[in-house]
Every structure is written in C-alpha cells, then in structure tokens.
Design a protein around this ligand. Structure first.
Ligand SMILES: [Fe+2]
Ligand SMILES: [Fe+2]
Ligand SMILES: [Fe+2]
Length: 432
C-alpha cells in the first residue's frame, strides 16, 4: 500500500497544481501564465504583509484564475493586456462556486479584472471584493506584459512605467508600491521566466502545502473540472458524468470499499482531462477523423496520466483515469499495457467509457440501439480488447446501467443548458 493511501485526505495544493498544469495544455498562449501570475501575486502579497490565510487562497486562486476562459469557445484573446472582455472571471466563478471547499477562492477569481477605481461602485452595490483580487489583477497584468523572447531584465522599467501610470485607476496603489519595492530583485524575474522554477519555489512553502481536502471534496472538484473538459464541446457535454456514475455503480458491484468507489468515480470525472490539449476543431469534427487527427486524439490519456500522477496520494486514481484506452490484449494506447498489468478499476473504466460513448446521444447521431451496443461490446470482449466478465455483467444488466446513465446525463445536460443560459445573459455585462 502506498504510504499515503490509508489517510484518505489529499493535499489541496497538489490538486490545484495539477489543474494548473492541465490548463497550460490548452494553448501555447497561456502556457506558464498561471504559474507566473501566482509567483508575482505571492511576492507582492508577502511584501504587503497580507495574512497567511489570504495568501494561501490567493496562491490557489492564481494557479487556476483563468479557468473560465476554457469554457466553450476558448476566448484566449480575452487574456491580452488591453482586452475589454472579462466574462471569463464570472465563468470561472460559476464553474467553481458550488464545488470548491473554500468559497474565498471562487470570489478572488470572480473579481480579478475589476479596476481599482471601479471597486467603489461594486461596494456600493453591497459586493465585497477581496483585496487579494486586486493583487491578482496586478500580478496577472504584469505576467501578461512579460515577453519571453526578450531579455527579461531589460523589460523591468518598461513594465514599471506602464503599471505605475495605472496605479489608482486600474491597480491598487499599495500593491503597486509593493511591486516597486520588489522590482529590482533580479531573482524574481529570472524565476518568473521559468515556470518549473516557480513550481520548485512553491513546493518549498509548507503553509501552501498543508491544506488538506477529503475525498468528497476532491470528488466535487473533479465534477467541476469535468464541466470544463466536457463543456468545451457540446458533443461531449455530459460524457464524463456518464462515465463517473457508471464507474461508481460497477465499483460497488465488485465490492470496492467505500473510499475506492469514490476514487473510481473521481477517476471517471478526470479521465479525459488530457483532452484539454486537443484542439476544438478536432473535438468538434462531426465526421470520421483522419489518421493524422486520430493521432492527436491519442495523446489525451497520456496527458491525463501526467497531470494526475502529480497527485501523489492516490496513484490509483491516475491509473484508473488514464488507462481507459488500454486493451486487455496489449494493443491499446498509450502504454500498451496488457490485461495482467491492468487493475480491475482500469478495466472497469475502459468498459464504461465505451458503453457511455456508444449509448449517449451525440449532436451528429442518436444513441445506438441496445442490440447494436451489445454486438459491438461483445465483439470487443471477444477480441480481448475489453474485459469479458465486466462486459458481460454490464450487458446482462443493460437496462439497469443504461437508465442510471440516462438519468445522470439528463441532469447534467440541464445543468449545462442552464449554465449556457446564465453565461449568455451575462455576456453584455462583461463584454464592453
Ligand atoms: Fe483573467
Ligand atoms: Fe490571467
Ligand atoms: Fe478518452
């Protein structure tokens, strides 16, 4: 047994760090942005003497602050310095608010683009903007101004000029003053340009690492993240929900203990997290993929593994999540593991992934009829691509599992529709 396995709690920092790394996959334009912003926000907040509790939440929020930008149409352009569209801060807030154990983190993200001069309007409306949102705002804009291809030390004065002119208007003057005290320390800039070194720096901060969450809290974060993964494409808007609920059912059937049932369900929510690396034009292609495109899709379970392996407490979760395209006969991808190397959880995940993909409706086709699904899955079991016993168990109880899937995906579909409506209603408020 892994040394952490019996504790059943997990470092919140390692979860947030893994999510941050996953967001980096979406686009080269945002690669490293979350970590750069985090490092700057942390140093500015420390220089200002902000409390440790607030700094902790600020670090967690900064590591994932632009999560809203990955929703549906990926408005990466929203992140540029002069953009006027701040919808993504509200989307990020909505994606997190019901799922994260510290609501403060969602609140910091919600206001990370509010200009200092506008805060009074907000407070007269009874909204309390966390002061750390203003620090995040400043750090974020500095991070966006940095240009990777020029000597970083030559950029300090240029950045300082831009930022100081905006103190009191855009930025909290005390935060700007703290930045100015720090700006001559070369190590800051030399660290900022290397996201790996930032992670090394953060990894050494015990007060950031000490926060623990329970498996139930981790599950909720998984659910929130599955929305980010699935909502990117309306084709698969409820896919992970289907997998997670069926994985839970099958784990219960095979007498997994209570915690392992939860872990397999979490793995279901996370199993396609690597798809954040797949461009939308491929995810949304309504026709058969060409070989070259299929090779891009094939990257995703590898990334799922790399992302989740960072969460050291429960290595099983990364395996259960990432091995869903492996096959019993060793011809799956990306690790070509054979049945003897695959655990029961991974085999379940593989079967429920296929079952869900075949039975769920896609915008370009209705769900397949039971006979067809049974034919395809039995065929795969016969070729030893998927586990025969698990497949037989599922197919023998086809209606039972299918009804559970249908109900859960229906629930998730209405959440998705509501979410889309809410965002559409807020669009005018945020895009100027
Ligand atoms: Fe942002
Ligand atoms: Fe940002
Ligand atoms: Fe997959």
């Amino acid at each position: 047994m892994n040394k952490y396995e019996n504790k059943q709690t997990i470092s919140f920092y390692s979860v947030i760090k893994a999510l941050s790394a996953a967001f980096d996959l979406v686009s080269d334009e945002v690669s490293g942005h979350h970590r750069k912003t985090t490092f700057l926000a942390l140093l500015i907040a420390e220089e200002m003497g902000i409390s440790k509790r607030e700094i902790k939440d600020l670090v967690y929020a900064s590591l994932i602050h632009d999560l809203g930008v990955f929703y549906l149409n990926q408005r990466i352009a929203d992140l540029s310095f002069d953009n006027n569209s701040n919808l993504h801060q509200e989307v990020g807030y909505l994606l997190l608010k019901d799922y994260i154990h510290r609501k403060e983190i969602a609140e910091i993200i919600r206001y990370h683009h509010v200009d200092w001069k506008d805060r009074l309007g907000k407070s007269s409306a009874g909204i309390n903007i966390p002061r750390t949102s203003h620090i995040l705002h400043l750090a974020d804009r500095i991070a966006v101004l940095l240009e990777n291809n020029h000597n970083i030390l030559n950029q300090i004065n240029i950045i300082d000029n831009i930022i100081s002119k905006l103190a009191c208007k855009k930025f909290w003057p005390e935060a700007v003053a703290a930045f100015q005290k720090l700006k001559n320390q070369e190590f800051i800039w030399l660290t900022v340009i290397s996201p790996e070194r930032i992670v090394d720096y953060l990894d050494k901060l015990d007060f950031i690492k000490e926060e623990k969450i329970t498996l139930d809290e981790f599950l909720l974060i998984g659910k929130s993240l599955s929305h980010i993964i699935d909502f990117r494409s309306s084709f698969t808007a409820t896919h992970s929900t289907g997998i997670a609920c069926l994985a839970e059912q099958m784990a219960t059937r095979y007498n997994f203990d209570k915690n392992d049932v939860l872990k397999l369900k979490i793995a279901g929510f996370f199993h396609d997290i690597g798809k954040l690396a797949i461009p939308l034009r491929i995810l949304n292609k309504p026709a058969q993929l060409k070989n070259k495109e299929y090779n891009i899709i094939k990257i995703h379970p590898y990334y799922t593994y790399q992302i989740l392996a960072q969460i050291k407490e429960f290595p099983m979760i990364s395996e259960w999540a990432a091995f869903h395209h492996e096959q019993n006969n060793g011809e799956g991808y990306p690790f070509h593991l054979a049945g003897k190397d695959l655990s029961q959880g991974s085999k379940i995940m593989s079967v429920v992934d296929k079952f869900t993909a075949l039975t769920e409706e896609r915008p370009y086709r209705a769900s397949l009829q039971a006979d067809k699904v049974k034919y395809i899955l039995s065929n795969m079991a016969e070729k030893n691509e998927i586990d025969e016993m698990i497949t037989t168990d599922m197919l023998d109880n086809y209606n039972f599992y299918n009804n559970i899937r249908i109900n859960k995906q229906k629930e998730s579909r209405s959440y998705y529709q509501e979410f889309k409506k809410t965002i559409a209603s807020k669009r005018d408020q945020f895009i100027i």
